[in-house]
Design a binder for this molecule. Structure first.
Ligand SMILES: Nc1ncnc2c1ncn2[C@@H]1O[C@H](COP(=O)(O)OP(=O)(O)OP(=O)(O)O)[C@@H](O)[C@H]1O
Ligand SMILES: [Mg+2]
Length: 251
């Protein structure tokens, strides 16, 4: 874990293990993501990708090992301090997890109302900006049930970005979307990285898509990191699972 030794990583997992009941879901997982880096976490269904993101944001606690986000050790923080760090993390859940009973506008406004003292006018400007960013400027009044799958993902992303987080975690940003809509989501992620310099961790099994925005990858297989590095390093991996995954991305 020594490359790019100078700056503190934005996210660091150090020998993390997690067991549910008797089932070991993550075993000795270590990786780090530098500030402003875009990181693709790859792996098959059930590999432990979503659990990894939930550990990073502190929704789950590791049984062993430690997790640092922006220099803070998540599992040892008191509730209020944890809240402070979480405000700097945007999370797009696998199913977008919008609040179904409030409008798209209110979904994006929610974190701003909850975590800032901003006025309604200020919130209005920010929400409109976020909706513009994701191409939903005219859909604010709609209810989540009136959106397509791709629009839900984009609305979820607008909400994840509401507080201008330093770290953005996205879980399967393109699953269930057609090729073109998925491409638009990838472009958005790339733009976010380039314009806002956020640190991005994206979970996906779409390797071809992840190549469009990620600088670095880790492959999880049955709860273990089996490779970590550039796409070329995945292609040249000794592990056939990793090579197959990379080969599948060639189009
Ligand atoms: N809260 C939980 N309680 C018990 N088991 C869980 C819990 N969350 C996840 N698991 C188990 O951990 C394993 C990894 O789950 P995870 O959701 O991280 O997979 P994933 O890599 O995100 O898969 P997918 O690509 O299908 O989303 C699965 O076997 C799952 O059943
Ligand atoms: Mg998942």
């Amino acid at each position: 874990m020594s490359e790019r030794g100078n700056a503190q990583p934005a996210v660091l997992l150090d020998h993390v293990s997690k067991t549910f009941e008797k089932r070991k879901v993550l075993e000795d997982v270590s990786f780090q993501v530098g500030s402003g880096e875009a990181f693709g976490l790859l792996g098959r269904s059930g590999a432990g990708k979503s659990v990894t993101l939930k550990l990073i944001i502190g929704l789950l606690k590791p049984d062993q090992g430690k997790i640092l986000v922006l220099g803070q050790e998540m599992q040892t923080l008191a509730r209020d301090k944890l809240g402070e760090v979480r405000k700097k993390i945007g999370f797009l859940f696998q199913d977008a997890a919008l609040f179904d009973s409030i409008s798209v506008y209110e979904n994006v406004a929610f974190p701003l109302r909850r975590h800032t003292g901003k006025s309604d006018a200020e919130i209005k400007d920010i929400v409109q900006q976020r909706l513009d960013d994701v191409g939903l400027s005219k859909e604010g009044r709609k209810m989540p049930s009136e959106l397509s799958g791709g629009m839900r993902k984009r609305a979820g992303l607008a909400r994840a970005l509401a507080l201008e987080p330093e770290v953005v975690l996205v879980d399967e940003p393109s699953s269930g979307l057609d090729h073109i809509t998925a491409g638009e989501i990838y472009d958005l992620l790339l733009e976010m990285k380039q314009k806002r310099h956020v640190t991005l961790i994206a979970v996906t099994h779409d390797v071809a898509g992840a190549r469009k925005f990620a600088d670095k990858f880790a492959v999880l297989n049955r709860g273990r990191i089996v490779e970590c590095g550039s796409f070329q390093e995945l292609e040249e991996s000794d592990d056939p699972v990793v090579r197959n995954l990379a080969a599948g991305a060639e189009t």
